[in-house]
Each structure stands twice: as structure tokens, then as C-alpha cells.
Ligand binder design. Sequence first.
Ligand code: ADP
Ligand code: MG
Length: 638
Amino acid sequence: MNMPDNILEEIFIKRSQQKKKTSPLNFKERLFVLTQDKISYYDYDVDKGKRKGLKGYVDTEKIKCVAIVLPDDNTPPERLYPFQIVYDEGPLYIFAKSDQVRKQWIRELKNVVQSNKDLMQKFHPRFWEDGMWKCCKQEDKKAMGCRVMESKNGGFLNRDNKSISRKPLPPTPEEEKLSRPLPPQPPVSSGFSVGMTVIAEYEYTPMASHDLELRKDEEYTLLDINDPNWFRARDKYGNEGYIPSNYIAQALNGLEKYDWYCKNINRSQAENLLKTENKDGGFLVRDSGKFTGKYTVSVFTKVGGETVGNCRHYNICVTAQDQFYLAENHNFSTIPELIIYHQHNAAGLVSRLKHIVSNRTEHAPSTAGLGYGGWEIDPRQLTFIRELGNGQFGVVKYGKWQGRHDVAIKMVKEGSMSEDDFIEEAKVMMKLCHENLVQLYGVCTKQRPIYIVTEYLANGCLLNYLRDGLQNPTGIMLLEMCKDISEGMTYLEANQYIHRDLAARNCLVDTNGTIKVTDFGLSRYVLDDEYLSSAGSKFPVRWSPPEVLLYCKFSSKSDIWAFGVLMWEVYTMGRMPYERWNNTEIVEKISTGQRLYRPQMANERVYSIMMSCWHERADERPTFQELVVIIKDLLFNM
Ligand code: ADP
Ligand code: MG
């Protein structure tokens, strides 16, 4: 019987909750019923198809997180699609029969819980089993998650902001044309608030008249955080002005200003960082666990000059007199003093702390625009240095803004763009700010040709970089590139911004090898029939899913398809997809289920990610948010 207030009903396999470490794991079929107030599960008579006794329930208002779980290797086929409902007693693990059913439940559950208090911003992507989280190896069941919930959609992380609720269905082509993208939301709910003291992580020289200078490691007080990209702040001398919100960190324990303090990393992430740096005596300081208020020093050594080193972890202990020590007999009143001492003396450690390893990026990130407020740039402040290339809209040049800041300038050839529409859109694009998106700095619209001014990336276009620039890339390097792109795309997806032309030619490479996505949404302003019509010679047929080729139905799911093809470009070092087929053949073969082959550099797991992007049905494809988790997990285990 289906009660009228039931939102969903389904038979799932439920894992026992292991409330005690020693209680055995078992898996039982239960009938799950979701209502606004409760998710209940019942014993079920398979033969009669009837609901029997109530076995348990969770009040929906107690739910803190709903997310997929990554299945273990060798998982039996009936348990391939697990998800978790986390509440105060820990996670409840449920196994769906298909990814589609799982998605439907997660979506509905997220709807039901979206205004709950204390929704988690981090979660554990793998199971809690035998007294340990399998993802991060932490042994405290209450330990905070080790992965950030990437989604800002589903209203999940956005309860303080005007929440964007995810559209229930992909828009029809007509809706698509009408719907304007919403203004973007701030980067993952940052925890900043007015009155809070923050520390500058980078120097910032004012670019506009209302900006405030930032000096690295100094403290500032936040005065206004309404614009997610530009906060108003006061320095210790009483000066006030706007600062880029991605240049600061919360001051919590006074350690933020030290490069050796790596906030928010766990033991295995610390080991990864230290191993990547690969220097004897490399060290960092991290939180011992979440909310413990304790710290651990992680050190890397290569004893006797071996090539492979290993990591040691030392807890910073506190005496009854509030003194800190690592090795007995050497007590200090502050942690920085303790670190300075051990930078000079091993005193019981495997090595003295020789070399600071930091998880901060060396270069300051791009700001959302050149200073607060302005998106119109005065062309007299631009100098042109050299030509970078020629694109759909004409010449692109490298130059400087105010003689100091690197910029790329697109000089939009007259007649190639619907300019007024684009200029309107540029105001929205300016607000999109993410380390894996090429930042739009502003536009010059008072003259013809108009200019589009963006961040400059010295290593140029990813396609050329793959074809000529990379010598003997490793699997990790290629997957890192895919991770970068998927992170930028997750941000676009969360802001319901569709790229429409994602491909290696529309990604750029930074000096340090970071990949950033560019030209998002721009194709809507192209004036060129060859580019606009799916039958045109410039239409990106090779990157398009069936629903785009057949119905021009663009969505984040069509971006996902393109992402799969882009991964394929990465793993083939920039080959042309479906090399030997022409556009007509491609449409025909794609509609009959044919797909790109597995590139030699891609192992089965990497190829299965690509293939998941090429599901015939758009709703069977993963979201970017899910892809990031899967890719990071693969990287983590490499
Ligand atoms: P369009 O979008 O008009 O087709 P493109 O973005 O393809 O133009 O730019 C043409 C070429 O200019 C690219 O292939 C790339 O090599 C170079 N380029 C474009 N933007 C940048 C940038 N921001 N930084 C560095 N090089 C760039
Ligand atoms: Mg381009």
C-alpha cells in the first residue's frame, strides 16, 4: 500500500550498522519508505510482496549528509550502487539496484533535508568498516569527512545564501534559450563572517580605487561579505577597502600564517605531499584529527641516502603547564618556537626539520576582475606585446594591464559576435571565479573592435601542449589534468552554467602545468552558421552526445559527454577523436552505440570513467561532482 505522503518506496539491501566494533557485518533486503519526516525500513515478505514489521527509521531532520559511496573492489553485483545517509548515529549504508535508482533517492533525500541544520561539508567516500574509515584510515567513527562535498547544487551547501535548487529535469531546447544563467554562488561555503579576523595568504596590490592592499601573513577584519569575490575589510592601521576573498584564510589558531602549517589535510594527504616533494627532512604540521585541537608534525626521511623515503608522524604533546614538546626535555611555550628549535635540532626525531613542505600554491590566484567593481577596462591601460593566436573571434594577443599585470586580449572581429548580448553576459561571467577556470577580467566596449580581457596562461592551449609540449607524461600527470578540468567544470555545473564547447582546444595550461577551462558559454554569441548548426563544418560534432546532435539539447550532461572525449584527447596526447570518420559517419555510429576505443595510456579504470560519460541516456551519465570524487580517489591510490 502506498500512503499518499510517501515520496519514494523501494526494496534495497541494507548493511548492518556495526554500532559496536565487533558486531558482524550483514546485508539484508528491506523495504525503504521515504516521507518528509522519516526514512523507515521494513521487513518484507518477498513471496507475498508485502510489507511486514518496522525494523527501524531515521528522522529526516537528523540527517547531516546524503552521498554516494565508492564500492570496494570485488563487490558482488547486487551491491554495486551504495549510498549513505549520515545522521548522529553514523552512516546508514544502502545498496541500490541501479545507478539511476540511487540518483533518484539521493536527489529526493537532498530535497527533503536541504534546510536541515549542521549539514556536513565533508564526507567519507568509502565505508566505515571494522573500526576504520577505509578512505582516510582514521579510526574515530566521528572523524570529520576527508572529502569536500563538491556540490553547491541541490541547495546543499547554500543554505546561507540564496540557494539555487537544481532543476528537476534538463530543460527543453525552448526553455534553454529563455533561461538566463543565475548569478554564480561563492566558492564552497567558506565560513567567513562579518567581524571575523582573517590572515592574508598572498600579497595583493590594489588595482581599483576602492581596493585595500594585502600584506602576506597580516591580519584583517571583515566588514562586508555580500559580494562573494570581493570582501570589504579593515587592516590594523584602520584603512578600509575591498580585497579578493580567495587571498585570505580564517585565523583560527594563529598557525595559519606559517607556510609549514597545512590546514585540512589528513595523514595520507600529508604523506602524499611529502613524497611528492621527495626531500630528506621535508616536514609539515597538520591537525591531528578533526576538532581535536591537537597537532602532528609529519617528517619525510631518506635514511642513508636511499631513493625511496618514508614518513614519520609525531604528535605535539602538551604538558600540565601548557608547554609544547615533541621530544621530552625540550619544552616550548608556543608551537612556532618548538618548530624553530627542531629546525636546528633533531633531538629524538628521525631528522631535523630541514625543509618546509607547504600545500599553498606559490602564485597568487587570479582575482574576479581587475579590482573591485569595474568590468569596463580602459583600453589606454593595455599594452600589446605579442600575438598568441587566431580564433573564432579573430586575433588574441598577450599584453599588460597598467604595465604590470599579464593579460590575454581577444580583439573581437566585427561581425563575428552578437556583441550586445555578450556584453550583458560578461557581467555574469566576471563573477565566475575558480582556480581551474580562465578568469574573465573585463571588457573594452566603448570602441570597435571590442576587447575581451582575460587571465593569461603562459603554456597556451592544451591541445598543442599535449601534441608537442609533453615529454614522457606519467599516468599521474594525465589524470591530474583531468582532475583540474573536472574541478573547474564542477564549479560551472554547480552554478548551472553550461560550457557547450568543452574540448582540449578550449583549455589552457599555466606555467606550473595547471589546466584551466576557457571560453565557457561563449559559443552562444558566435555569429557563424558553420559553427552554430550541428550540420555546419565547425560544429563540435566529435564532442557532442546524441541528444545534442539530434535535438540540440545542451545541458551539464552534454558537457559531461564532451569531458569524456576530452579525457580521451588527453590520454591519446591530442589525437583527433574518430580520426577516420567524417561528421555524418560519426552521428550514425554514435547513434548505434559505437564509442571511442581505449587509448593505450588509459587503464581499464580510466577508460571506464570515459565510458560512463558516453551513456546514451543523459541521466545515466555521472555529474561532474561525482566525477571529481572518482578521479581524486583513483589519483589517491596511484
Ligand atoms: P577563440 O575563442 O576566439 O576561438 P581562442 O581562445 O581559441 O580564440 O584563442 C586562439 C589561440 O590564442 C589559442 O589557441 C591559444 O593558443 C591562444 N590563447 C587564447 N587565450 C589565451 C590565454 N588566455 N592565454 C594564453 N594563450 C591564449
Ligand atoms: Mg576557443
